[in-house]
Design a protein around this ligand. Structure first.
Ligand code: EAX
Length: 335
């Protein structure tokens, strides 16, 4: 009899504790990025987290971990697949290793301007590619922005493709970036972003390329003298959630996340544009010597990447014909 009472009392107590304390109901979504805390990714991730917390009455908390604390961009995407990490905002740099069609967006000089990027990413092509993610255990909550990439180096001002000759340049881990830099006569070295500052400081590499928002927030001006505004790649970012985490959420929560992500994407695109407008001058103030090369000879020098059979085939997911179709459709939509 006493035992029965004890069990009843314990059950009542547990119910009271659980009912009174939302801590038990709270879902924590860890969101990792590779960039420094002040970078636009992290501003957008915090903005997203605030919307989600407000709209779920605090039931979902997004915790942002910048600066590759949770691993490289590639590691984080693998974490999403395994369910050891819930979210990441990443460049498309490593994404071709998971969904080869994403390599399409890594092609040099594909997009004319920001409007054309958004048209392609938010339109049919971007949606079709993002729809392939769940098959590999991840889900896109939208295409965000890393930005147009520019080249920095410690050796010389870059005005023409010839100035790239022999430069040891760090690139993101995808063969499209490697082929592009080889076509310019440079020596590309793929490397995770978290190792880059030290590699530049220790002169393991002479050069790197990134959008101004990354260059400035990572203080590359401390270790790189020259900045060339080449805009050779447009680098999209993507907000990803682990399919495992996604399936633990209620339809209502999924809707809140989807809507908050769209708002955070728009917000991030705004601050990214502002960063591009302000940071060339800011890098110059920090001592960088800035050049604005004519882009046409650079585009001509890398045109061969578009016809490289391995690239075309990969973009088609192993089917060269499908790859060519996708490239043609993207070129038509992006101009
Ligand atoms: O996603 O690896 C890179 O150069 C990326 O542009 C950076 O980490 C932001």
């Amino acid at each position: 009899m006493r035992r029965k009472w004890f069990i009843l009392a314990a059950a009542l107590l547990l119910m009271m504790v659980m009912g009174a304390s939302p801590v038990f109901a709270k879902t924590v979504l860890k969101l990792g990025t590779s960039t420094q805390p002040t970078h636009i990714y992290n501003q957008a991730a915090e903005y997203f987290g605030k919307l989600v917390a407000d709209r779920t009455g605090g039931d979902i908390e997004v915790q942002v971990f910048p600066a590759s604390q949770l691993g490289s961009e590639r590691d984080m995407v693998e974490g999403l697949q395994l369910g050891t990490l819930e979210m990441t905002l990443t460049s498309t740099g490593p994404m071709g290793n998971f969904v080869p069609q994403v390599k399409l967006f890594n092609l040099p000089f594909l997009f004319k301007d920001r409007e054309s990027c958004y048209r392609v990413l938010d339109g049919e092509i971007g949606t079709q590619i993002a729809d392939r993610f769940p098959a590999v255990g991840i889900r896109s909550l939208g295409w965000f922005e890393n930005g147009f990439r520019n080249i920095t180096n410690s050796k010389r001002p870059i005005n023409t493709p010839e100035d790239m000759a022999g430069l040891k340049i760090r690139v993101m881990e995808d063969d499209v970036f490697i082929l592009t830099m080889k076509a310019l006569g440079a020596s590309p070295l793929p490397m995770a972003f978290g190792e880059l500052y030290t590699a530049l400081e220790q002169k393991t590499v002479d050069a790197q390329e990134n959008p101004l928002a990354v260059i400035h927030s990572s203080r590359f001006f401390e270790v790189q003298k020259h900045l060339a505004m080449t805009g050779h790649f447009y680098s999209p970012a993507v907000l990803l959630i682990s399919d495992i985490a996604w399936k633990t959420l209620s339809p209502e929560q999924q809707k809140i996340l989807t809507e908050a992500a769209a708002e955070a994407r728009d917000y991030e695109r705004q601050i990214s544009l502002k960063a591009d407008q302000e940071l060339e001058a800011a890098c110059a103030r920090e001592g960088m010597e800035v050049t604005n090369p004519d882009k046409a000879p650079f585009a001509a020098a890398v045109a061969s990447v578009y016809t490289e059979p391995s690239v075309v085939k990969a973009i088609g997911g192993g089917d060269a014909e499908a790859g060519q179709k996708l490239i043609d459709a993207a070129i038509a939509a992006a101009q």
